[in-house]
Design a protein around this ligand. Structure first.
Ligand SMILES: [Fe+2]
Length: 241
């Protein structure tokens, strides 16, 4: 099976459509690591497309916030404004669906989780080398796919030692290794590259790669401004941070 793994779409329909189009002929199935909504102006359309395309979806902190399961005082002012706006845009069924998503799941030899496999409900960020190394004991599969930081990267651990690489990694999976892969963000990249990011995983060929896709950034930004969401959320898309 060949999978496209998407995370942190954040209501950015233009980015999601571009990623789906890019991946369509490259994969057999789509997986989603959460934060479908929040920040962007098209939460309903993004929920519909994810529900239609993805074989498995785990929930992120923005799903939990919109479903009323996280105290918004934990969010920064921009995230809080976006969560409140998104909450009001969605209907009861959509909010219930977001709230019903599991926080952890397994597909083949991979664990899927939005933040960290260790205490997924605490929404810890895996960023440093040590953050990732400490998480290997919290899952049993060979691979673990994460999002949340919006920063693509990889941690690997094997009999030869361990390693950490930030950025758009491309890997041949070693049969003796275990891997944590951050797939980056479809709708709000924060690694100073504004292009949408997602991961391709070929389970038979044992390869993993982050792909970057250009999309209609100006349209996504204009919609955020027109919706009355904080302008900062539009500006950061162009900066990719
Ligand atoms: Fe996110």
């Amino acid at each position: 099976m060949r999978y496209a793994i998407l995370s942190d779409i954040h209501g950015n329909l233009e980015a999601l459509r571009a990623v789906l189009a890019d991946a369509r002929d490259r994969v057999d199935a789509f997986l989603c690591l959460g934060d479908i909504v929040g920040y962007g102006a098209d939460p309903e359309a993004c929920i519909e497309l994810v529900a239609e395309h993805c074989q498995m979806v785990v929930g992120g902190n923005h799903e939990q916030a919109v479903a009323g399961r996280i105290d918004l005082n934990w969010f920064n002012p921009y995230a809080r404004a976006a969560a409140e706006w998104t909450h009001d845009r969605l209907d009861d069924d959509q909010r219930a669906w977001l709230g019903s998503l599991p926080l952890v799941s397994e597909v083949g030899d991979a664990t899927l989780v939005h933040a960290s496999p260790a205490y997924p409900e605490e929404w810890e960020y895996l960023v440093s080398a040590e953050d990732g190394f400490a998480a290997f004991g919290a899952f049993t599969t060979r691979l673990c796919f994460v999002g949340h930081s919006h920063l693509p990267g990889m941690w690997v651990q094997g009999s030869w030692g361990r390693g950490h690489e930030a950025g758009d990694v491309k890997v041949a999976i070693d049969p003796g290794g275990r891997y944590i892969i951050n797939v980056g963000s479809v709708g709000q990249p924060r690694d100073h590259d504004p292009r949408a990011a997602y991961a391709l995983w070929d389970a038979e060929a044992r390869t993993l790669a982050i792909r970057r896709v250009t999309y209609d950034l100006d349209a996504a930004r204009a919609k955020i401004v027109a919706a009355g969401l904080p302008r900062f959320l539009a500006d950061r898309l162009a900066a990719g941070r």
